[in-house]
Design a binder for this molecule. Sequence first.
Ligand SMILES: Nc1nc2c(ncn2[C@@H]2O[C@H](COP(=O)(O)OP(=O)(O)OP(=O)(O)O)[C@@H](O)[C@H]2O)c(=O)[nH]1
Ligand SMILES: [Mg+2]
Length: 222
Amino acid sequence: MTCTMANWDYDYLIKLLALGDSGVGKTTFLYRYTDNKFNRKFTTTVGIDFREKRVVYTGTGVDGATEKNFRVHLQLWDTAGQERFRSLTTAFFRDAMGFLLMFDLTNQQSFLNVRNWMSQLQANAYCESPDVVLVGTKADVRDMRSVHARQARDLADRYGIPYFETSAVTGADVDLAVTTLLNLVMKRMEQSTYGGQGSEPNGSPVSSHEVEEASGRKRCAC
Ligand SMILES: Nc1nc2c(ncn2[C@@H]2O[C@H](COP(=O)(O)OP(=O)(O)OP(=O)(O)O)[C@@H](O)[C@H]2O)c(=O)[nH]1
Ligand SMILES: [Mg+2]
């Protein structure tokens, strides 16, 4: 059987990366986003992994005014939260264009650690203020919640980044969090393309041959 999506051309290859403590739900979130399914089993990520998805982004054309649809190939890097993989995972920060910084709404410590993850990002990402979306996971587990929405929103405001509360069980706001991050990244790219600098970040338009599948799980050889 031929997978027609595998042969699509695309205009942009966008690399997003999920980070946060072990167990906050990075793998489960990405699985919900790409496959629209929930996985209850906890299998900790070893090192790094990635998933892929094709989406359409509506932006502006060359004149900076006309609306145009761009085919975007999303590469979603899934990092291990465990400390022992830290040097490997932070090495991947440099190549990513946007970040899903996740904590578990039922785990106060994972929220306190957001500051540490942010420092890691500032030290290792493409610039000191990369495009980041803060994500509070497991919003469906209401009775065990230990992080108040206001606390999280205050922190996100301090960093000047959007904040979403998501559930991989119900799918609530999973798409919205990724789409918001994609929009930030694409806006930045449009600015650098049409804003006078004439250069693009490492997400410049690419041809389809670099990608094998439109959706599904891939494992890095590292
Ligand atoms: N109820 C509920 N459980 C969730 C949700 N997201 C993740 N989980 C559960 O939390 C556990 C850990 O999820 P993972 O996605 O494996 O966590 P991770 O952040 O990838 O962990 P590492 O790979 O070790 O960094 C699993 O048992 C998931 O089923 C959610 O939104 N709601
Ligand atoms: Mg994982």
